[in-house]
Design a protein around this ligand. Structure first.
Ligand SMILES: [Zn+2]
Length: 156
């Protein structure tokens, strides 16, 4: 780190501690040339990518919004709040591991659907209808038909 006083490039860390919120590490440094002290903050780079919406606008990855969407799909289904949280955490990890700076909303939608399908098929179809409605209605009908065959109208 270049010394702000004399421009020297070497220093030693004299103190290092977490900030109160745990979001950064504050280091007191002493310049090896002029001995004056300065402070640096080290923090984790944003790990979640920006989400690109269908209309091209970008927004931050919003975990709460996804939890809400999944929870809505799971209403009156035998799925606990913990299961919803765990599902969204898994999606969040998956998205982080892509290591992309930007991802499309559909990538998140597909990731959620993939997991929801093994958790609860009715919730899966509800969720899928939201994500796929404007893209491929036929696909949604196929999903519905497949379900009706499978559980014989369990939700009467
Ligand atoms: Zn210096």
């Amino acid at each position: 780190m270049r010394c702000p006083y004399c421009g020297h490039l070497e220093d030693r860390v004299v103190d290092s501690r977490e900030t109160q919120d745990g979001q950064a590490t504050r280091r007191r440094r002493a310049c090896l040339s002029c001995e004056r002290r300065f402070t640096t903050y080290e923090r984790i780079e944003d790990v979640l990518p920006q989400v690109v919406k269908k209309d091209g606008r970008r927004e931050a990855f919003d975990r709460a919004k996804i939890v809400e969407g999944v929870a809505t799909a799971c209403q009156k289904r035998p799925v606990s709040a913990e299961q919803v949280e765990a599902l969204v955490s898994a999606v969040e990890r998956q998205v982080q591991e892509l290591g992309e700076r930007e991802i499309r909303t559909t990538v998140i939608g597909e990731a959620v659907m993939q997991r929801l399908r093994t958790l609860d098929e009715v919730a899966y179809v509800r969720f899928a209808s939201v994500y796929r409605a404007f893209r491929d209605v036929g696909e949604f009908m196929t999903e519905l038909a497949g379900l009706a065959r499978k559980d014989g109208g369990e939700e009467r």
